[in-house]
Design a protein around this ligand. Structure first.
Ligand SMILES: [Zn+2]
Length: 86
């Protein structure tokens, strides 16, 4: 299988607190022995705790011209600069 390379665009992904709607989930405390992987986070504003299967905030990559969709999150609409549209 030959190598393939393509340009990608990094997108920072955060999770807004379900409780207060103000802060974002930060301060990840991973449980390395869990399966599936569990990471406890706390809200930067109210301190509410929530568990995710990844550490947040995180960076995801999309191909240029492609939009980021996140399951189970709502799709994030990203407007590309004209120069990056293909
Ligand atoms: Zn909060």
């Amino acid at each position: 299988m030959p190598y393939e390379a393509m340009p990608v665009r990094p997108i920072r992904v955060t999770y807004r607190c379900d409780e207060c709607g103000e802060g974002e989930m930060v301060n990840p405390k991973p449980d390395w022995s869990s399966s599936p992987f569990q990471v406890l986070h706390s809200c930067s504003n109210c301190g509410a705790e929530k568990t995710f299967t990844e550490m947040l905030p995180t960076i995801r990559y999309v191909k240029e011209g492609e939009l980021l969709t996140m399951d189970p999150y709502e799709p994030e609409v990203v407007e590309l600069p004209e120069a990056l549209k293909t």
